[in-house]
Write a protein that binds this ligand. Structure first.
Ligand code: SF4
Length: 186
């Protein structure tokens, strides 16, 4: 049966809704994602198009793009990640408050794409944890919207209350990722 998180009968309960804390927290979070646009190359043009009127990312409650990591909770990495930028991306990711998510948009951000070179990181997941990957070179704006809907589904399944207590006890996921593992040691 679908939608078992909320049980509400106005005749019986009046103004009271019985639900789980996770359901409420996740519902709020997934409908108020504030993306951090990390535009690095051509894919960023498609990211910009997703915000324009034809595709209109605001239909999903995600139009509040923020260029400050302190006001964003979803980094959309769109474009080629060079080693020069990798350190910056990771620093900005670490400045974002928990809970936070990452979308790797396009072949370059996901795997390095066609750039199998000394200058290109072979996937942004070598330095930060990625929640959703978007294929394509470049992916169309619809593909990004599809990824954001998938991210919403993922947020909806999170154990938010449990994660809250676990997060206080343990360092964030990204803290465990070593730049050395990505070949970034100097
Ligand atoms: S995946 Fe293609 S379109 Fe996107 S940044 Fe790489 S080369 Fe450009």
């Amino acid at each position: 049966m679908q939608n078992t998180n909320v049980a509400y009968d106005s005749k019986v309960e009046g103004e009271i809704i019985v639900t789980q804390a996770d359901a409420v927290i996740n519902w709020i979070r997934k409908h108020s994602v504030w993306p951090m646009p990390m535009g690095l190359a051509c894919c960023a043009i498609e990211l910009m198009a997703a915000g324009a009127s034809r595709f209109d990312i605001s239909r999903f409650g995600m139009e509040v793009m923020r260029f400050s990591p302190r006001q964003a909770d979803c980094m959309i990495v769109s474009g080629t990640v060079t080693y020069k930028m990798a350190e910056v991306i990771r620093r900005i990711y670490e400045q974002m408050a928990e809970p936070k998510w990452v979308v790797a948009m396009g072949a370059c951000a996901s795997t390095g794409g066609m750039y199998r070179s000394y200058a290109t990181l072979q996937g942004v997941d070598r330095i930060i944890p990625v929640d959703v990957y978007v294929s394509g070179c470049p992916p169309r704006p619809e593909a990004l919207l599809d990824a954001m809907i998938k991210l919403q589904d993922k947020i909806g399944r999170e154990r938010s209350v449990k994660n809250l207590t676990a997060r206080n006890a343990k360092p964030a996921k990204a803290d465990n990722l070593a730049l050395a593992g990505a070949g970034m040691e100097s």
